[in-house]
Write a protein that binds this ligand. Structure first.
Ligand code: GLC
Length: 664
């Protein structure tokens, strides 16, 4: 087993692939291995043989007809061999350990935390002084937001990278990153870092060389002499930032050409139809891995391949690109996991975890965007009917892979609710999405939320910005000095986190949510951020608030204790391993979500009340058999669940776990 997946193609290499493999070993690998100790050589050659088909076949499918197929394949293999040689001994040991325990990110103790280095701690060295905060929460995985050298602001929060080989100077150096990774490893925390692989900043050396007239560098990007092709593509493309960066192409006078820019005009899309781009990005990623990074977050991965007449997202070739990169890592840095950032329709999402011929060969982790959207949708409507239907119609994560479950992140919430899912439960998709935009902007009667529409268009279509606490009603409640409303807001936050912690996968805490940090008021005053209201939910860490987490009765203490309790309960529940099956079921009460998880004789049933009023669930619901009689606990609060006659009574926004087979 490699990374938890069944080994495929180990013994069966098609004759043509076997010939390519033998040629590669002879021409490129063995000469490069001269001088390496025997066991290291053997280990590499074994991994190469095992994963060669997975690397070669997609490379051939993508670039077989390209004039640079052969040299770029050889260069890619050269990069893989070189990366293996440069990999520090302790990372080789980690590779070995994780081959034996490939489920490290699926375990019930796995808990993630997401933070901006500057907003959390200032710098990378200063972050090393803040590890106690993560340790106290039980964190085992830390995603640090973009930290490589970006263009000067505006740079989309670091997502416009000018140099993949350097850390943003204000945050530290590559040595600091390596030192932090080593500290984290000692503390049992895996480090996740972004790889922005769809685009570079126009300040990146490749783009600069293109601007300087280098034709090979120009071929790294998709550029056009006139509007003919851009116009043809635009007919089926959507705008990611319609209000602030409309259109997908930017006229660059110095080039005299239109450049494909899906996001902002200074984020130039790379052209993965050019094999040199894939090879160069593999080098970038392998170099990061060798600094001690454990997980690579593949930013905006659905956009990598463009095809006329389509949305240019989720094209089949994207999966070949990812599989090829994955195989390179299986050979040179097998300890590293890939996490897909694919914020796409529910039915497209699971493909990033490897479906069909890609099963077991793509990402290990993928954001469960749909779950996040449905959590907020149910919180606003107080009903779980749509969530239950939509989650039930989604395929499960393939074996050996898992979801990343989350409540909030640095991005807006895009209301990705499929029309067919809404229709199936008697709702109108467009109206519901509109309701959610209005509700979370606080402009729907009775709304508790204080968010803001993001990228609203003339038709009122928009996404939503705001911190979890502000969206869940804490900001409004505190402003009104309404203690009862504060209590409800805290319960809402713990409810959403409770579902994220129990759904199955690796749950993430977004920095500040553990303390209920509100929207940052000052975001618009910063000229580099004005116009992008996602900055309202990227607050600076409030260490005074963090200190209050130990003062009983404070909001901070309630939230902190609630999350710690959830993390603790997860650790003690074997059915919380990501490999446990998750079954979403109808509880007979439209306000109460039900899911059960079972693994190796252990079961846990989760009930979540999305209403502000107490709700009852009949113990006669079939899924409750074997659970209800055992009693249960309200995990986000330190209380037991009441059984009244044959009804379970859930308090407002309560989250209950019932363990199978023994009293909780
Ligand atoms: C991802 C990031 C987002 C960024 C975009 C472009 O979606 O999460 O913040 O704007 O990629 O890099």
């Amino acid at each position: 087993m490699l990374s938890g997946r069944p080994m495929q193609n180990v013994l069966v290499m098609r004759p043509a692939v076997r010939r390519a493999f033998e040629r590669a070993v002879r021409q490129d690998v063995e000469p490069a291995l001269d001088g390496r100790p025997g066991p290291e050589r053997d280990a590499l050659l074994t991994r190469l043989e095992r994963s060669f088909t997975e690397l070669y076949e997609p490379f051939l499918a993508l670039y077989g007809g390209h004039p640079r197929f052969e040299p770029e394949l050889r260069a890619l293999l050269g990069a893989v061999v070189a990366a293996d040689g440069a990999r520090p001994a302790q990372l080789h040991r980690l590779d070995h350990e994780r081959e034996i325990t490939p489920d490290w990110h699926e375990r019930e103790h796995a808990l993630g935390y997401v933070a901006y280095v500057d907003r959390f701690a200032g710098t990378l060295p200063a972050l090393r002084e803040r590890l106690a905060h993560l340790h106290d929460l039980g964190v085992s995985y830390l995603h640090l937001m973009p930290l490589l050298r970006a263009r000067p602001e505006p740079n989309d929060g670091g997502y416009a990278v000018a140099d993949y080989g350097a850390v943003e100077p204000a945050l530290g150096t590559m040595d600091d990153l390596r030192a932090l990774a080593a500290d984290l490893r000692t503390a049992g925390i895996a480090l996740c870092v972004d790889v922005v692989l769809n685009h570079t900043a126009r300040e990146h050396a490749w783009a600069q060389a293109a601007l300087g007239g280098d034709p090979d560098a120009l071929a790294f990007y998709r550029t056009y002499p006139d509007r003919t092709e851009p116009d043809a593509y635009e007919r089926t493309l959507r705008d990611v930032f319609p209000a602030t960066a409309p259109g997908n192409f930017t006229w660059v006078p110095e080039l005299g050409r239109w450049v494909w820019t899906t996001f902002n005009p200074w984020q130039w899309d790379l052209d993965y139809a050019n094999p040199a781009v894939l090879r160069a990005m593999a080098e970038v990623m392998l170099a990061l891995a060798n600094q001690g990074v454990d997980v690579l977050r593949l930013d905006a991965v659905p956009f990598l391949w463009k095809r006329l007449g389509t949305s240019c997202q989720n094209q089949p070739e994207v999966h070949d690109v990812v599989q090829c990169l994955r195989a390179a890592f299986r050979i040179a840095a097998p300890a590293v996991a890939f996490k897909a950032e694919a914020i796409v329709a529910p039915r497209e999402l699971v493909a990033y975890l490897g479906a069909g011929r890609h099963e077991g060969k793509e990402c290990d982790l993928a954001y469960h965007n749909s779950l996040m959207v449905l959590l907020w949708s149910s919180l606003a409507s107080t009903k779980v009917t749509l969530m239950t239907h939509a989650l039930r119609s989604m395929p499960a994560a393939p074996p050996g892979t898992s979801w990343v479950t989350y409540v909030r992140c640095h991005d807006d919430i895009g209301w990705a609710i499929a029309d067919e899912d809404a229709a199936a439960v008697g709702e109108d998709g467009a109206l519901h999405r509109r309701f959610l935009v209005d509700f979370y902007a606080g402009r729907f009667p009775g709304s508790f939320a204080r968010g803001a529409p993001f990228q609203e268009d003339a038709a009122g279509d928009a996404r939503t910005s705001g911190t979890a606490a502000s969206l869940a009603g804490l900001e409004d409640a505190l402003a009104r000095g309404d203690e009862a409303a504060v209590d409800l807001a805290v319960r809402r936050l713990l409810l959403l986190y409770g579902v994220a912690f129990s759904f199955g996968g690796l749950p993430l805490v977004y920095m500040g949510d553990e303390l209920g940090l509100l929207n940052e008021r000052e975001w618009a005053g910063d000229p580099a951020h004005a116009g992008d209201n996602r900055w309202m939910h990227r607050p600076t860490m409030d260490w005074d608030a963090a200190a209050r987490r130990h003062e009983p009765g404070t909001v901070e203490a309630r939230l902190w204790a609630g999350l710690v309790r959830l993390a603790h309960a997860r650790r003690g529940t074997r059915a919380m391993h990501a490999a446990a099956r998750t079954e979403v079921f109808a509880t007979g009460n439209e306000h109460v979500l039900g899911l059960w998880r079972r693994r190796a004789g252990h079961g846990v049933l989760v009930l979540a009340n999305f209403a502000a009023t107490p709700q009852r669930v009949h113990a006669t619901v079939p899924e409750l058999h074997g659970f209800a009689a055992t009693g249960g606990e309200l995990v986000a609060e330190d209380r037991r669940l009441e059984l009244e006659g044959d009804e379970l009574v859930l308090e407002p926004y309560a989250l209950a776990w019932l363990r199978e087979g023994r009293r909780a």
